[in-house]
Design a binder for this molecule. Structure first.
Ligand code: HEM
Length: 531
C-alpha cells in the first residue's frame, strides 16, 4: 500500500515536472516567435532568418560570407524600400531605397546621429569612449568639429611628402620581395605601407615596417583589426547583453590597444619638447591650443566647444590606425589585382600618369598631379565600387522617426543598416556591375550616378572623415606602382576572390594576390604611345 502511494507520488511529480517544462518551453517559443514577428505584424517584408539567432549569424559571416548572402537576398527584394531583419530577437531595418538612404543619413540626420557604440566607462579601455567611430550625440559632434579642420585639402598637401617617402620605400620593397619569376604577394607590402604611412602621418612614428623593422608595432596593429574567437564571443555577448557586459566590466578591446595607447602617449610627450612634423598629432595639438579659451562653452545645439583632452587626442591617433590601415591596404590590393587582370586599363592609366610626369622638371609626381589625374581617380573609385571595404553601414535611431510615405515607425534605439555592396552591384545603377569599368567614374558620366547608391566612404555628416587622405594615399601608391611595374596574374589564379572573414571588412583572398611585377622601363613608352 505504502509502496503504491510512493509510486503514485513519483508519477505525479514526474508529470508535474514535464508539465512545467512544456509550459516553460511553450512560453519561450511564443516569446521568441512574438519577438521575431515584430516586422511581420507591421506588414514589413522580412529577409529569411533562423529562429533565435535571426540574421546575426549572416552578419558575422558564420554560415555564409555576409556580403554575398545579403546580395542574394537583395536581388530578390530590391523593389522594396526597406526590409526587416533581426539581431537575435531585436528588430532592425535594412534600407534599400536610395532616396530613403539620403533622407535617413543626411536630411533627417538628427534622428540617426549614432552608430552601435560600446560604452567602456569604468573599464581599463575607457579611451574607446572618445574614439570618433564610437562616440555618440553631442560628444561625437564636439570631437568631429575639432578633427574636421585637420583633413582639409591644404593639410593633405602639407602631408603629401610624408606619404611620398613611404611610397618610394614601397616600390623598393616590392622589387626586393619578388622571386626569380617576378612573383610577389603584394598584400604584405601594402599592409606595411599603409601602416608606415598612418604611423608617420598620425603621430610621427618612423615604424619602417616596410624595411622589416619594428615588427612588434605591426604585429600589435594588425592584432587590433583581427577578430579572435574570444573577442567574437565578447562581441556577441555585448550585442545580446550590453548591460551585463558593462556590469562585469568586460573589456572588448584587445591588449594591443593598451600597447598602442602607450606608444601615442610617448609620442605626445616627445612632441612637447621636439620639432613639428606637420602630421595629425601636430594638428590636433594646435587645435587644442587654438580653442583653449572656448573651453566650457557650448554651441546653440548643445555640443561642447574647444578644449580637446589629452585622452581624446590619444584616442583619435589610435583610431587612425584602426580605421586607416586595413581599409586602405585592402583597397590597394583589390586595385592592383584588378589592374593585373585588365591590361588595357593598366596601359591607359600608365599613359595618363606618364604624361603628367613628362611635364614636370624633376620627373616626379606632385600633389596637384595626383589630384588631377582623372583616370587614376576613376580606377580607384571603380575598385571601391566593386569591393567596398565596409560593405554595410549602420546607424542607431536617436529620436523616434516616421518613415516618409509609409506607416512604418523606427523607434529610438533601433538600428538601421544600408547594404553598400548590394547597391554597388545593382545593374539599375551600375550596368554590367561585375565588370571593371573605370569609365563610369570619368567626368562625362560620373554625375549620372544617382545619390545614395555609391557609398564606399559612407554618407552624410557621419561619413569617413579621412576620405581625402585615403584617396590621396591610394592614388599616389597606385600611380607609383603603375609607373614602376607591369602587373599581371600568376597563371591559374585569374579569378579574383574575396576572403571569408569575420565582421564587415572585405578582404581579397590571398591566392588572388600573387601578382607578377615586371619593371616597366619599356612598357611606359608603349603605353604613352597607345594613349
Ligand atoms: C580606402 C580607405 C577607407 C575607406 C574605404 C573608409 C571607409 C569608411 C566608412 C565606410 C566609414 C563609415 C561611414 C559611415 O558610417 O557613413 C568610415 C568612417 C571613418 N573613417 Fe574611414 N575609410 C578609409 C580610410 C580611413 C583612414 C585612412 C582614416 C584615418 C586616417 C579613416 C578614419 C575614419 C573615421 C575616424 C571614421 C568615423 C567617422 C565618424 O564616425 O564621424 N578612414 N570610413
Amino acid at each position: 500500500m505504502c509502496e503504491m502511494l510512493v509510486s503514485v507520488c513519483l508519477i505525479d511529480m514526474w508529470w508535474f515536472v514535464v508539465t512545467v517544462l512544456v509550459v516553460l518551453l511553450t512560453a519561450l517559443i511564443l516569446h521568441v516567435w512574438r519577438k521575431q514577428h515584430y516586422w511581420q505584424r507591421r506588414g514589413v517584408p522580412v529577409l529569411p532568418y533562423l529562429p533565435l539567432v535571426g540574421h546575426t549569424m549572416y552578419n558575422l559571416n558564420v554560415f555564409k560570407v555576409g556580403h554575398l548572402w545579403r546580395y542574394e537576398e537583395y536581388l530578390k527584394s530590391r523593389e522594396e524600400r526597406y526590409v526587416g531583419t533581426y539581431d537575435y530577437l531585436t528588430p532592425s531595418l535594412s534600407i534599400q531605397d536610395p532616396q530613403l538612404i539620403v533622407s535617413i543619413c543626411i536630411k533627417d540626420f538628427d534622428h540617426f546621429v549614432d552608430r552601435r557604440n560600446m560604452d567602456m566607462t569604468g573599464t581599463d579601455t575607457e579611451v574607446m569612449n572618445d574614439i570618433l567611430t564610437n562616440a555618440t550625440g553631442n560628444h561625437w559632434k564636439h570631437i568631429r568639429n575639432q578633427l574636421t579642420p585637420t583633413f582639409t585639402s591644404g593639410k593633405m598637401k602639407d602631408m603629401f611628402h610624408l606619404v611620398q617617402e613611404q611610397s618610394n620605400t614601397l616600390m623598393s620593397s616590392l622589387r626586393q620581395r619578388r622571386d626569380a619569376n617576378f612573383l610577389v604577394d603584394v598584400k604584405e607590402s601594402f599592409n606595411s605601407f599603409t601602416m608606415d604611412v598612418i604611423a608617420s602621418c598620425a603621430f610621427g612614428l618612423e615604424t619602417n615596417t616596410l624595411r622589416g623593422e619594428n615588427k612588434e608595432f605591426i604585429e600589435k596593429a594588425a592584432d587590433m583589426s583581427k577578430i579572435t574567437f574570444k573577442q567574437m564571443v565578447k562581441f556577441i555577448s555585448f550585442v545580446l547583453f550590453p548591460k551585463l557586459v558593462k556590469f562585469l566590466r568586460i573589456s572588448l578591446a584587445s591588449p594591443s590597444l593598451i600597447y598602442m595607447e602607450k606608444v601615442v602617449r610617448d609620442a605626445m610627450d616627445a612632441r612637447t619638447k621636439g620639432v613639428r612634423r606637420g602630421d595629425f598629432l601636430d594638428l590636433l595639438l594646435d587645435a587644442r591650443e587654438s580653442t583653449k579659451e572656448q573651453e566650457g562653452e557650448v554651441d546653440p545645439k548643445g555640443a561642447k566647444k574647444g578644449g580637446l583632452k589629452d585622452s581624446t587626442i590619444v584616442a583619435q591617433c589610435v583610431l587612425f590606425i584602426l580605421a586607416g590601415y586595413d581599409t586602405t591596404a585592402n583597397t590597394l590590393c583589390f586595385a592592383a589585382a584588378l589592374l593585373a587582370r585588365n591590361p588595357q586599363c593598366q596601359a591607359r592609366l600608365r599613359a595618363e600618369v606618364a604624361a603628367r610626369i613628362e611635364r614636370n622638371e624633376g620627373g616626379k609626381l606632385t600633389y596637384q598631379d595626383v589630384m588631377e589625374c582623372k583616370y587614376l581617380d576613376a580606377v580607384l573609385s571603380e575598385t571601391l565600387r566593386m569591393y567596398p571595404p565596409a560593405h554595410l553601414l549602420e546607424r542607431k535611431c536617436t529620436k523616434d522617426y516616421s518613415v516618409p510615405d509609409s506607416d512604418v515607425k523606427i523607434p529610438q534605439g533601433m538600428f538601421v543598416t544600408v547594404p553598400v555592396y548590394s547597391l554597388h552591384r545593382d545593374e539599375r545603377y551600375f550596368p554590367d556591375p561585375d565588370t571593371f569599368l573605370p569609365d563610369r567614374f570619368m567626368p562625362a558620366t560620373k554625375n549620372d550616378i544617382p545619390s545614395g547608391v555609391y557609398l564606399p566612404f559612407g554618407i552624410g555628416p557621419r561619413m569617413c572623415i579621412a576620405e581625402r587622405f585615403a584617396r590621396m594615399e591610394a592614388r599616389l601608391a597606385l600611380a607609383d606602382l603603375i609607373m614602376n611595374f607591369d602587373l599581371s596574374v600568376e597563371p591559374g589564379s585569374e579569378e579574383l576572390k574575396v576572403a571569408k572573414a569575420a565582421l564587415s571588412i572585405l578582404r581579397p583572398d590571398p591566392a588572388s594576390l600573387n601578382l607578377i611585377l615586371r619593371d616597366t622601363a619599356s612598357s611606359v613608352a608603349g603605353a604613352t604611345g597607345a594613349a
